[in-house]
Design a binder for this molecule. Structure first.
Ligand SMILES: *Cc1c(COP(=O)(O)O)cnc(C)c1O
Length: 375
């Protein structure tokens, strides 16, 4: 059986964890490796300030607190996304206004956003699906025009760009995931990127349970205490140590993933040309970080049959999000608008096995089985 996902290990993870534990004697949060990782991200991608978190879900929750979401505020986001994108804002009392996807990609359709803005709108949360950039110029223009905050859900978008700008660095805040299904992983882990300076001080306080502990350790205040809301959003330095091993291998990991992606694309292109399926369509302003390889079938039944056919032939392929506006939790809170494109992706999108250790002959076999299915 070809697995759907296998978390990649560089070989240095355990070594750095040992260093954190036995050399640095600092395994709680904000230790040597946390700082190394944060510095890496700030230098490589130009984020003003970064804070490692225990997950992307947590980074999004911090973002929702930072932009000041309160009961009754409205937040616009795609319906074709993971629950965490919405949960973070719902927990602060927001009403989620779901927008439809683009025709060419599952990303939020930036042209549909303006009609959804009301005096209650506080933020827009674009999600860069499969690491492909949303149309950020349009989104940032709307945010400026209506005085809204933009929080990028960049969970899948590490090392990906919009017109040359790193994703996660364009909105006021950006959230990344290092869950084991992502390109760079630490089992569970995340990062908050803070691009608007006004949020830096408060972000550190929220990160450290609502205390000004970070300022105390920098010698800026002579005692620390409870100054705001917060939680324990910072991960153990062992998680950061693990992640650091991955970061040292970022170029290598990305190069391999891009190669596999291109092999899939070329292998399946003839089926797209015959109109049998749709391959990812990367907008000209977006880079490809090879986070996943997906294809879109023409019909729900066909997608289900393809997944079963692949399983019978030893290949584990999976569908993806169920539209959030149709979820058990949100269905009766949604305003009833039809979101056809989003539903189409829910019904027809398939993700193929994709991970560093996948071999060229695996990809060849998967492409030939898919070709066999369609003939
Ligand atoms: C993976 C993912 C998340 C959640 O990340 P965690 O680190 O598991 O909390 C949120 N949004 C999107 C789009 C994701 O793909």
């Amino acid at each position: 059986m070809i697995a759907f996902n296998k978390p990649y290990l560089t070989g240095k993870e355990a070594h750095y964890i040992f260093q954190a534990v036995y050399d640095n004697h600092h395994i709680s949060g904000n230790g040597v490796f946390t700082k190394k990782c944060q510095t890496f991200f700030e230098q490589k991608y130009g984020f003003k300030k970064t804070l490692m978190t225990t997950s992307c879900s947590d980074a999004l929750e911090m973002a929702a607190i930072l932009v000041g979401i309160k009961e009754g505020d409205e937040v616009i986001m795609p319906s074709y996304t993971f629950v965490s994108t919405a949960n973070a804002f719902v927990r602060q009392g927001a009403k989620i206004i779901f927008a439809d996807s683009e025709k060419e990609t599952p990303n939020i359709d930036a042209d549909k956003i303006e009609a959804l803005i009301t005096p209650k709108t506080k933020a827009i949360v674009p999600v860069h699906y499969a690491g492909m950039a949303c149309d950020m110029d349009k989104i940032m223009e709307l945010a400026q025009k209506y005085n809204l905050f933009v929080v990028e859900d960049a969970a899948q978008a590490i090392d990906s760009y919009y017109k040359g700008k790193p994703l996660g660095s364009i909105g006021h805040l950006g959230a990344f995931s290092f869950h084991e299904t992502k390109n760079i992983q630490a089992g569970e882990g995340g990062l908050l990127a803070i691009n608007d300076e006004q949020f830096i001080r408060r972000a550190e306080i929220i990160w450290e349970k609502g205390t000004n502990r970070a300022e105390f350790f920098r010698g800026e205040v002579n005692k620390y205490g409870w100054v705001d809301v917060g939680s324990s959003f910072l991960p153990s330095d062992m998680i950061a140590a693990f992640l650091y091993a991955q970061l040292e291998n970022l170029e290598n990991i990305q190069a391999k993933r891009r190669k596999l992606w291109t092999q899939y694309y070329n292998g399946l292109k003839p089926l797209e040309e015959k109109g049998l399926l749709q391959l990812p369509c990367i907008p000209e302003y977006a880079s490809n970080n090879a986070h996943m390889f997906f294809l879109v079938c023409n019909k729900y039944d066909e997608r289900q049959k393809l997944i079963s056919f692949l399983k019978e032939n030893g290949i584990y392929a999976v569908f993806h999000y169920i539209s959030l506006h149709k979820s058990a939790f949100y269905e009766n809170k949604h305003d009833g608008r039809l979101l056809d494109r989003c539903d189409h992706y829910s019904d027809t999108l398939v993700r193929l096995p994709f991970y560093f250790e996948l071999t060229n002959s695996d990809v060849e076999r998967i492409c030939s089985e898919i070709t066999r299915f369609f003939s």
